[in-house]
Ligand binder design. Structure first.
Ligand code: UDP
Length: 244
């Protein structure tokens, strides 16, 4: 949040944002379930200009063994950006940011996955960000849920994710990269619509308590839009023509 480009109009007099969207409009979202032959489950998401691939492996033996738990399975998540995913080459070594995002995605998925059904084993979720444009953690979390379902992992619900934020003193849905850099707040939300439970909520920026409540409401509504697209991706693969 820094007002990097003071000349950019984030919201014009007609309530239209810098990329032509209305305040409550998400970017274009496309999700495909499956696609990776060597993974037990997989998904690909395009969320605006974000392009992310997720592979799920397991439940499988845990190595190193001391990490296993006799009472429950464990979930391991690696979020990784490929070097060409951003304008300035990203070092392929894991950054602090990638370690943090891996952790928050893992914690956001854990309430959805029935880990107690497969003790002593691990489910590994590998996330590769091929192209990043703001909001990759939400897009990755949404795709990871679909990939877990595609792998047949027992789940209580899918986690759908979308950010809300504050741009030009206005609460908006799905903050893009420019809005994230020049706007006032960004609030990524992960939500399980059937269980009505939030599993991820972060906030970068400053909001009044009214704006905070509005952001949560707008973000949760965005998650419901994403959820329908996640379900459609699975329906297309298993009941439609999209199978592979
Ligand atoms: N980004 C970048 N280089 C980096 C890391 C991030 O250009 O090394 C960009 C990328 O487009 C990312 C955005 O900054 O989506 C916002 O990053 P943030 O940490 O807020 O996470 P995200 O919004 O992707 O969940």
């Amino acid at each position: 949040m820094g007002g990097r480009d003071a000349t950019m109009v984030l919201l014009d007099e007609n309530g239209i944002r810098c990329d032509g969207r209305k305040v409550d409009e998400p970017r274009r979202i496309m999700i495909k379930a499956g696609g990776l032959k060597n993974a037990d489950g997989s998904a690909y998401i395009e969320f605006g200009d974000n392009k992310i691939l997720v592979g799920v492996f397991g439940p499988r033996d845990v190595h190193p063994k001391h990490m296993s738990n006799t009472d429950t399975g464990i979930l391991r998540v690696r979020y990784h950006m490929v070097p060409f995913s951003v304008g300035e080459r990203k070092n392929p070594a894991p950054s602090r940011r990638e370690i943090e995002i891996s952790k928050v995605i893992k914690e956001a998925l854990e309430p959805a996955v029935m880990l107690d059904k497969f003790p002593r084993t691990a489910v590994d979720v590998f996330i590769e960000v091929l192209q990043a444009d703001g909001g990759t953690r939400c897009a990755a979390l949404s795709a990871a849920s679909v990939a877990l379902a595609d792998a047949g992992i027992p789940m209580r619900d899918m986690v759908a994710a979308c950010a809300a934020g504050k741009v030009a003193d206005t609460v908006v849905l799905d903050v893009n990269n420019e809005e994230d850099q020049a706007g006032q707040a960004d609030m990524p939300i992960g939500y399980m619509p059937n269980l009505e439970k939030i599993t991820l909520l972060q906030l970068d920026g400053v909001l009044t308590s009214e704006e905070y409540k509005k952001c949560v409401q707008v973000g949760v509504d965005g998650c419901k839009i994403v959820y329908d697209i996640q379900k459609k991706a699975l329906q297309d693969k298993y009941f439609g023509n999209g199978g592979d």
